[in-house]
Write a protein that binds this ligand. Sequence first.
Ligand SMILES: Cc1ncc(COP(=O)(O)O)c(CN[C@@H](CCCC(=O)O)C(=O)O)c1O
Length: 397
Amino acid sequence: MKTLDWNTLFGERARRIQASTIRELLKLTQRPGVISFAGGLPAPELFPKGLAAEKAAAILRDKGEVALQYGPTEGYFPLRAWVAEWLGLSPEEVLITTGSQQALDLLGKVFLDEGSPLLLEAPSYMGAIQAFRPYGPRFLTVPAGEEGPDLEALEEALKGERPRFLYLIPSFQNPSGGLMPLPARKRLLEMAMARGLVVVEDDAYRELYFGESRLPSLFELAREAGYPGVIYLSSFSKILAPGLRVAFVAAHPEAILKLTQAKQGADLHSPVLNQMLVHALVQEGFPERLALIRQTYREKAEAMLSALDREMPAGVRYTRPKGGMFVWMTLPEGLSAERLFQRAIEENVAFVPGSPFFAEGGGENTLRLSYATMDRARIEEGVRRLGRALKGLLALV
Ligand SMILES: Cc1ncc(COP(=O)(O)O)c(CN[C@@H](CCCC(=O)O)C(=O)O)c1O
């Protein structure tokens, strides 16, 4: 059998395509007995399985010829209209995508050329870095903390550069858990408006707030200010079911049109049955569902934080999130999260080492813990195991 060296056959862009650390780790965490804090996998107990089974059967029975046929690239219109109304927009400002992950890839395809400056936070969502990297951007980063990006550093970065866009996650940032306060949001918007800077706001965790109410998105603030340059992403993954792969982009109709054209070349349209199912599921008890989800993650976060407070040795720092799915941990300087990961896996506990969240490198002593998937007992046991692994590593230094 003749062998081929595929690496010589792939295109130049393929050399920039790297595996997703989260996806690779998830394979590892399938091992029985492993308690995984790795993937931001929503709590399976929250999936509306019974209602989904009932609605899917009805859709196929009563509207099977629509559900099983090709559909419009923009999305199943009743769902687009529902999303538009939910956001206070017109349907022409909404595009349904196959997860926000596809929206990130389409944004790279539409906005980025080889060497284009692209501004994002450090750390930032590694799935976005993975989506953008094949288009060959020149990454520029600003530090992100518990209150969002460092606005002084942002101002400095914008002095000498015209980035194609700024990508950020203002609410419950992945991985750092940061929540941008309202004044910072307004100041960032002023900076964007003054420069005509396009801002991509990834609001995947918009509904997962633990406080009384949701802060206005940059997108909402921009509409109030009459600025069309914010492109808004959110998803049904964290509020319904990630396996359905249904999300949306909200933006100026001209941006939506170009992203739609790019989507035609990617997948023609998102699965019609899944879109119809999402549309059916949001018709019944949606506000109550959101309240249950917030309560569930608030309790899981509290379980993890109280376990960390008990089990973590001195010198280990971690965030206390006000929403979202993640705790961001910083080990004492010089300690490697990758080395900790090796010891943790031996203790049957997993997390995501932090460095893949840094587009320009760094973060070797950081790691991300997701409390979303496990129940309280496994969160407590997993943190005990993590504590054992950490104390073992500290004993070596
Ligand atoms: C900021 C942000 N933007 C987009 C996504 C992807 O959401 P979709 O499910 O594609 O709508 C995510 C989902 N990230 C999770 C899920 C990744 C799950 C996986 O790769 O299996 C994580 O960071 O673990 C996100 O956090």
